[in-house]
Design a protein around this ligand. Structure first.
Ligand code: K1U
Ligand code: ZN
Length: 186
């Protein structure tokens, strides 16, 4: 398995529509495994293919220790009732904002074996599924922010983005180094 580089805001792939998947291949299964590994290292609860530079319609989600692969996901029902909560995005590090979304959703997708399934979700899982499905259609959570809040988020990002040359975020895989006392043998 491999840790993948995460594309950040400014990379055009984050604004592109993805391509529906026709057949679930072993290559796609390997991609899903790499996406989970990358998502866990980044301490995220979801990750969509465009965030790792891929254009296939696939995302991974893990809320409350329930890992899910969603292939060609579609929202088939959503609650008229909405909730507002703060969101972040692994592709826009250190930027947060409130987003209003349906309180519950029903999503239809294919699993990693290519079998259709439906999931009814509420709270954080509903929010995360909707956030990832948006990624698969080139939409980002900042698109839901008010003009003023979005302007201030983008101004902050204007400074942050210098940390990500080429719009690429590489995750640190090294364990933190322990500093020994000069007399101590390691
Ligand atoms: O797609 C992504 O960028 C991942 C993103 C998903 C997400 C976060 C918050 C609400 C909806 C969807 C993240 O995982 S960012 C990390 C984060 O904000 C978070 C982590 C653990 C619990 C709650 C939020
Ligand atoms: Zn995101």
């Amino acid at each position: 398995m491999s840790i993948l580089a995460i594309r950040v805001l400014g990379d055009p792939i984050l604004r592109e529509e993805t391509t529906p998947i026709g057949e679930v291949t072993n290559e796609l299964r390997a991609l899903a495994a790499d996406m989970f590994e990358t998502m866990y290292l980044a301490k995220g609860i979801g990750l969509a293919a465009p965030q790792v530079g891929r254009s296939e319609r696939i995302a991974v989600v893990d809320v409350d220790d329930n890992p899910l692969v969603i292939i060609n996901p579609e929202v088939v029902e959503e609650d008229a009732k909405t909730t507002k909560a703060e969101e972040g995005c692994l592709s826009i590090p250190d930027i947060y904002g409130d987003v209003v979304r349906p309180a519950t959703v029903r999503v239809r997708a294919l699993d990693i074996e290519g079998r259709p399934f439906e999931i009814e979700a509420s709270e954080l899982l509903a929010r995360c599924l909707l956030h990832e499905i948006d990624h698969l259609h080139g939409k980002l959570f900042i698109d839901y922010m008010s003009v003023l809040k979005r302007r201030s988020a983008l101004a902050k990002w204007g400074k942050e983005k210098a940390k990500y040359p080429g719009f690429v975020r590489t995750l640190d895989t090294d364990p933190p180094r322990r500093h020994a006392h000069p007399d101590e043998e390691l």
